[in-house]
Design a protein around this ligand. Sequence first.
Ligand SMILES: C[S@@+](CC[C@H](N)C(=O)[O-])C[C@H]1O[C@@H](n2cnc3c(N)ncnc32)[C@H](O)[C@@H]1O
Length: 237
Amino acid sequence: MAGLRSRLRTLRREADAESAQEFYGRWADLYDLVARRTPGIPKLRRRGAAACRLEPGDTVVEMGCGTGANLPYLREQVGSEGTVVGIDFTGPVLERARELTAEYDNVHVVRGDATQPPLAADSDVDAVLATFVVGMLADPAGAVDDWCDLVGPGGRVVLANAASSREWYAPPVNAVFRAIVVLSTPPTTKLRYEDDPHRRLDEKIRAAHARLRERSTAVADERHVFGVVRLTGGKLE
Ligand SMILES: C[S@@+](CC[C@H](N)C(=O)[O-])C[C@H]1O[C@@H](n2cnc3c(N)ncnc32)[C@H](O)[C@@H]1O
């Protein structure tokens, strides 16, 4: 029975991953526009890169880098001597990320799973950034644990995610946020969340940020874009 349950979980994860890749693959160009041009988002990306507390020459990995909107900001922080690696499992978004960073020979865009990053066991990673990704993972807190282990003591992990706002002006902002969540949730996942995808997303994001706070000392704790996007950065002890 336990074996059957675990097999079903694996099948569901595979279906979700396939559905997410199909979804982001189809909408790569539109997503790129939203990811780079939405008011308030460029500032958030700059803050996310700054929260990684990088020095020139450092190595930083972005998990679920999408069309690469954060990569130029990360490259700015590590300079020409450092290394930036962007990992994503959707081919077409990676093509956009490659175009965007073609001028840099120290920015590498790699196809792979953010929960099993294709990195050498002895990789020396100073920081991990993941923006708008943990809500798509089956076990967001587990992924945060793995990323904390990857950077090790002194390393930094930074998350940014959109969740319902708790500000006084929340009702209209949350209504827009809910509509965006429904429209931008890949179909298989949407079915599994039934008619309440934003609540499930809020819960996943809460769990991921809480785990990062448990594991690290805060280097950033901010709200952006009408309080909908929270940015949490931590340094590992
Ligand atoms: C909402 S987009 C965010 C992209 C980018 N981080 C940004 O801030 O614009 C989510 C991205 O995560 C990727 N993704 C989701 N789950 C993933 C996984 N397990 N491994 C690798 N990439 C994943 C998707 O392919 C998609 O490009």
